[in-house]
Design a protein. Sequence first.
Length: 202
Amino acid sequence: MNILDTIMNSQGGQVASKLAGQFGLNPQQVEQTLQSVVPTLISGVKNTVSQPGGLQKLHEVLQSGNYQQYLGNISAAFSAQGIASGQQALAQVFGGDAVSQITSKVSATTGLAADKINQILPVITTQVMGVLNKVEQSPVGDLVESAMNSSLGKMATGFLGSGAGSGGAFDPLAAVKSLLDAHTGDGGIADEVKGLAGKFFK
């Protein structure tokens, strides 16, 4: 699964046009913005998850924000509640100072004004977090967890030693971590903001 493609293909592939209409952008500007912002957000989440306790903290953030609702309905991400949810996630992953730096870099990359990027950034954040939220809550993950916790599943886990957490139970966050790990070298400005994440523990 590719996070950017998942966002673009959600809601019948209308995400780009809805972003364009909401913020007065042309298709090329939307594409440039997404290609710059999404890898940067993924990099920030990966850096945070790499810290001790970071994966569990991500789980708590995803659960409290209920971001999957915005992936299925980007219009809701344009609401005051949606914007607030996106801003909260940005603050938790990057922190205020880093968000300002990201805004400046995206503005320079896309040619859009910084105040426009400030409006768009929380919305795209809800979409990225929505994908992670969806993967974590996937029915497939529920089925695998149930299977792994069965007697036969626990026996298989003992032999295979993979895909399980402590006590032989399937870790529902394993799919989220695998998805994040699969996103390497995505381009954008991700490499320029490494080290700006990790604000979960502040």
